[in-house]
Write a protein that binds this ligand. Structure first.
Ligand SMILES: Cc1cc2nc3c(=O)[nH]c(=O)nc-3n(C[C@H](O)[C@H](O)[C@H](O)COP(=O)(O)OP(=O)(O)OC[C@H]3O[C@@H](n4cnc5c(N)ncnc54)[C@H](O)[C@@H]3O)c2cc1C
Length: 374
């Protein structure tokens, strides 16, 4: 049913690009717009779990990710002072699929962008939508440059503060803060670090993951007590170093070896699983626009790619756009709910100071449920 359909995707991030790739492969005439004139992404690393790797394998990009990123057999949980506690119970999924991995976000974007471009997608940058009008057989779209066009389907993949959602889905609400903020630094690899490390038992849970041969990123979650979310570069550096003061193991190595030239970021966390319906007429949402989660299960990107694959599959086998969109939501809702609710629950356990064993068990159980196919 997709072949020849005119499809507008708003947002060229992970979910939007995944949708552009699969809908384009199925013969859709895809236009992809992004508000950023340079179509960039910030310089963080990203964890790619087993289920996310499975989704990327189905998107045909697993080999490129393995080549440009780093893959691992699993992650180890340490006490904050560096004492090894246990292996994180991560599920093995499919033959030939690594348990987990990581990649620098700019590299992941370049891999996905190359595939989107190879499909002759109509890419328009520095552009958004200013009005969407559902008609019986499509959507009249007004772009922010004043031009108007008719599409058979509009996909809102414009992330947590989605403009498409605000415009066309009055029954949905803004994502809510979860009470934690996430610090990240991307830097050279500690010499003894081979696979992922998670440090628990401190009020600031943290971890390090490889995202290239010689690169890692460190994440640390702190209670978001302060009103400000923006720090100067110097404040980012010194506050993150201070946060790591009590830590041993490779976190101590990071503290001693991070430099002011490394990419450092702080972001307060928010999440929301939006109530259905996830489509209104011929406008549908995917990714953080409709299932925004926190990084606790490192699964937000995976959910966005899976949602894109399912959307394309269900549209392709449906007789009408409406049927395809209903089937898409039916297949995605419970799985996304699991990720959003488990992630929020783990964050609450961390804020309450629950023991590392309980947090590790909740994470392991959450990841195991994602091993089931979608
Ligand atoms: C701190 C942090 C760490 C994370 N770590 C991980 C991790 O390790 N592993 C993981 O799987 N997930 C992680 N996530 C989640 C993951 O980043 C998101 O779930 C994923 O990027 C969602 O994809 P998306 O396509 O919905 O949105 P995005 O990837 O954010 O892309 C949205 C795109 O839409 C564009 N856009 C925005 N507004 C408009 C507009 N009005 N018009 C047009 N274009 C617009 C943006 O420029 C952007 O290109 C993390 C999230 C956070 C906050």
């Amino acid at each position: 049913m997709i072949s020849g359909k005119r499809i507008l995707i708003v947002g060229g991030g992970i979910g939007g690009m995944a949708a552009a790739i699969r809908l384009g492969e199925l013969g859709g005439k895809v236009t992809l717009i992004d508000i950023d004139p340079e179509w960039r992404v910030y310089g963080a690393g990203i964890t790619i779990t087993g289920p996310t790797l499975r989704a990327y394998r189905r998107l045909g990009l697993l080999d490129a990710i393995k080549e440009e990123g780093a893959i691992a057999k699993g992650s180890t949980i340490f006490r904050y002072d560096g004492l090894r506690l246990q292996q994180l119970d991560e599920p093995a999924l499919e033959e030939g699929l690594p348990a987990t991995g990581g990649i620098m976000r700019p590299k992941l974007h370049r891999i996905m962008q190359a595939r989107v471009k190879a499909l002759d997608t109509d890419i328009r940058l520095g552009l958004s939508v200013s009005a969407l009008e559902n008609r019986d057989d499509g959507v009249n779209v007004t772009f922010t440059d004043g031009t108007q066009e008719r599409f058979d389907l509009v996909v809102g993949a414009d992330s947590i503060y989605s403009a498409v959602r605000r415009m066309a889905f009055p029954h949905m609400a803004e994502a809510q803060p979860t009470g934690q903020g996430c610090w990240r630094v991307s830097m050279k690899r500690p010499p003894t670090l081979e696979s992922g490390e998670i440090y628990l038992g401190h009020r600031y849970p943290a971890g390090i993951n490889r995202c290239a041969q010689d690169m890692v990123y460190l994440w640390m979650l702190t209670p978001h007590e302060h009103r400000e979310a923006h720090f100067t570069d110097e404040e980012l550096f010194t506050r993150l170093q201070d946060n790591m003061a009590d830590f041993g193991g490779n976190i101590a190595w990071v503290r001693e070896n991070m430099t002011r030239n490394d990419w450092i970021n702080y972001r307060p966390l928010a999440a929301a699983l939006q109530p259905g319906p996830w489509h209104m007429g011929h406008i549908v949402l995917l990714g953080d626009a409709v299932h925004a989660t926190t990084p606790h299960m490192a699964s937000g990107a995976g959910m966005a790619v899976e949602s894109a694959l399912v959307l394309a599959e269900e549209l392709d086998r449906a007789d009408t756009v409406e049927d395809g969109l209903v089937a898409y939501e039916a297949r995605r809702y419970e799985r996304c709910r699991h990720v959003v609710e488990t992630s929020i629950a783990v964050g609450k356990m961390q804020l309450a100071g629950d023991p590392p064993e309980s947090i590790g068990a909740a994470l392991g159980a959450g990841l195991h449920r994602l091993a089931d196919d979608y």
